[in-house]
Ligand binder design. Structure first.
Ligand SMILES: C[S@@+](CC[C@H](N)C(=O)[O-])C[C@H]1O[C@@H](n2cnc3c(N)ncnc32)[C@H](O)[C@@H]1O
Length: 268
């Protein structure tokens, strides 16, 4: 079996390529594969839950103990499947997209994606300080509450808050899906179905890996995870079945390398 190289984007089918990844060799998996909701050939999956269960099975083998995996999908992506023999589900993160047009007539419009946060046993890395978000309204509210004596004992409470910000929680409405105007959008055809915002992937990578760690992106699209990994000094192995996307990803990573080199040059 061929040994895979770090920091490489491979063209091929994940279900074949994964066989070359050694057991317990990966710190983090960012799995943004088929959702089973569009007409794209790559997204056609008969039963998304069975498909996702298969992914959890094959990816749990390559994760190190304590390694993490984020699985993207729609609200039903894990319904009625037993993932527990493979990975622990720590949280279902709701990626809320308030700008989406609410066009449903027969049901409530779906306004979110799921990002299911798994780990193999207890997660070994969770860098909360690297992903804190501003306290904003809550902070003002809590400060106001401190001036009100407790109804229980008449004492004034002292709220503890972290000046670095708060835990982002499990409903993320602060990171918007890319729009036609987004500078980072590679092509208009990739909107909504393919390309994810770098900020979103950055949050996952910062929280669940450290510099030097190895990340696997089994459905790389146009390489957002590889770009983010490069920027944050992590290693990344990417798989992508569409050759055009592989080429776009490589260009994107190289472009990032050049920009980073320019930046370093400017600050010296
Ligand atoms: C949602 S996109 C990933 C987008 C990516 N996160 C980004 O920001 O560019 C899913 C990708 O999985 C790829 N894909 C689907 N099935 C695959 C398979 N069996 N092996 C490898 N890649 C596959 C598709 O071609 C598509 O580009």
């Amino acid at each position: 079996m061929k040994q895979l190289e770090l920091d490489t984007i491979y063209h091929g089918d994940t279900f074949e390529l994964i066989k070359s990844v050694p057991d317990k060799s990966i710190d983090l998996i960012v799995c943004d594969g088929p959702y089973g909701v569009t007409d794209y050939d790559w997204d056609k999956v008969t039963d998304i839950q069975t498909f996702n269960l298969e992914l959890l099975k094959i990816f749990s083998r390559v994760l190190k103990p304590g390694g993490s995996m984020y699985l993207f999908g729609k609200e039903n992506c894990l319904d009625f499947i037993d993932y527990r023999p493979y990975l622990n589900l720590n949280r279902k993160i709701i990626w809320y997209q308030p700008s989406r047009l609410a066009q449903g007539r027969l049901n409530y419009t779906n306004n979110y994606d799921i990002i299911a946060y798994f780990s193999k046993g207890k997660a070994k890395t969770f860098n909360l300080d690297d992903i804190r978000v501003p306290q904003l309204v809550e902070l003002e509210h809590r400060l106001r509450c401190e001036k009100v004596p407790s109804v229980m004992n008449g004492q004034y409470g002292k709220t503890k808050f972290n000046t670095l910000g708060k835990n982002p929680g499990d409903v993320w409405g602060d990171i918007k899906q890319l729009t036609y105007k987004s500078k980072e959008l590679i092509s208009r055809e990739l909107l909504n179905t393919i390309q994810k915002p770098e900020r979103l992937i950055e949050r996952l990578v910062k929280a669940s890996s450290n510099p030097g760690d190895v990340i696997l992106d089994p459905f790389a699209g146009v390489g957002t995870t590889a770009v983010v990994a490069k920027k944050l000094q992590r290693h990344c192995i990417s798989f992508e079945i569409n050759e055009d996307f592989v080429n776009l990803s490589k260009e994107r990573v190289e472009d990032k390398e050049e920009k980073q080199a320019e930046f370093m040059w400017n600050i010296v």
